[in-house]
Design a protein around this ligand. Structure first.
Ligand SMILES: [Fe+2]
Length: 390
């Protein structure tokens, strides 16, 4: 710390004795301090500190009301701030009790009257140096925090882009536009909003939902692209896209990918317990999977697939309604009923994934589903229904 910086520090002196004030001003001026403000009226001390924001306060204790203790009380917030205002107490009374009381109120040090020039200089210099170093450290920390925030934003943008491209890679197998995954993500966001889930959860679900069928990467063309109905053996192969998706996304450090893993594993479970792969029922199925199931099936029904033509919207909506309490969570179906169904067929704008921070805690809460892995490992032999998405 350069001495010049210390001499530029703003000093406030509060002492009802004008003689003491003059002595201190003279000593500080001789040392080269150029920004000294003094008062003999203690009632103006707090306002003076508010206005000047000093780097040190030289404060007498024995004064007419408010005395030094009362002034310190009023300055408590400044004295306990992140960069605290150092208060150098001026006192002729050096009794232990006075010292203890002043220290307990946050006084940084003492100057005994009559003043010794060397003592004044060294105490003021030490306290100001500490204050200026603390200021420097705080602003350095703020710069570092800002850099960390920027880097974190970069990583999250990259994570979202990789995630979107992964979903598109899977979708390319049977939909070269990749629009199904984006439409499902969009519908899932609307459903989650309709179910009054918190905004960070809605956003996470919208981002992770396009990964639901990522496991189709591992399903052979002969099955995935087969026109017409699958045989039961072929359907068994098709069902593996759920576990393949789960393993592609498994053990990720990313909360978003862990959420994607949960969705990939649970989006073909059914409310009545006859879905796959684990045969979970009702609220045992993660809410993420329950929401994606409705959005996925509606989109599959209303678009051409190798094995079927697109259904009219009203028929698809009626089928979703019929499956309430059977294939689907009635709560999700109710939220679905309130949506503008024709609008769901439109493709959401490309690159619709925003890049603000991913609320990791929210994702952790969503993926905390007991027993899911054990039940999935146990497996289940279940049948396909007419309204099954893929
Ligand atoms: Fe699927």
């Amino acid at each position: 710390m350069k001495e010049a910086a210390v001499k530029q520090a703003k000093v406030v002196v509060v002492d009802d004795n004008e003689g003491n004030v003059l002595v201190l001003e003279a000593l500080l001026a001789r040392w080269g301090c150029s920004q000294v403000t003094s008062t003999t009226d203690s009632s103006t001390a707090v306002a003076l500190c508010e206005r000047i924001e000093p780097d040190i306060l030289l404060l007498d204790l024995q004064m007419p009301t408010p005395d030094g203790f009362q002034v310190m009380e009023m300055l408590e917030a400044r004295m306990k701030a992140e960069v605290p205002l150092p208060v150098l107490v001026l006192t002729g009374d050096v009794s232990l009790e006075v010292k203890r009381r002043a220290l307990s109120m946050g006084a940084a040090d003492f100057l005994t009257k009559p003043f010794d020039p060397v003592e004044v200089r060294s105490r003021v210099a030490n306290l100001v140096k500490t204050r200026l170093l603390q200021k420097e450290l705080t602003s350095h920390n703020a710069i570092l925090e800002e850099r960390v925030r920027e880097r974190t934003g970069d990583f999250e943008r990259a994570e979202l882009e990789v995630l979107e491209r992964l979903a598109r890679a899977a979708e390319f197998r049977d939909d070269d536009t990749g629009e199904h995954t984006q439409r499902v993500g969009h519908t899932v966001g609307l459903l989650a909003e309709g179910m009054l889930l918190p905004a960070p959860t809605v956003r996470l679900l919208r981002l992770a939902a396009p990964l639901h069928d990522v496991g189709k990467i591992g399903v052979p063309d002969g099955v995935l692209l087969k026109p017409g109905k699958l045989t039961s053996e072929e359907f068994e192969v098709m069902k593996t896209h759920v576990s393949i998706g789960g393993s592609i996304l498994s053990r990720s450090q990313s909360p978003l990918l862990r959420l994607g893993e949960q969705i990939a594993l649970s989006h073909h479970e059914r409310w009545d317990g006859t879905g796959y792969p684990a045969g979970l029922g009702g609220e045992e199925i993660p809410v993420t999977g329950r929401i994606v199931a409705v959005a996925d099936v509606f989109d599959a029904l209303t678009h051409d697939r190798p094995y079927k033509e697109a259904w009219p919207v009203d028929e698809a909506v009626a089928e979703i309604g019929r499956q309430s309490g059977r294939q689907f969570d009635p709560g999700v179906v109710e939220a679905f009923g309130a949506l503008d169904h024709a609008a769901l067929l439109a493709s959401p704008a490309a690159g619709g994934q925003d890049s603000t921070q991913i609320p990791a805690r929210e994702a952790d809460r969503l993926v905390a589903v007991p027993d899911l892995e054990r039940r999935i490992a146990a497996g289940s032999d279940l049948q396909l229904t007419a309204a099954e998405g893929s």
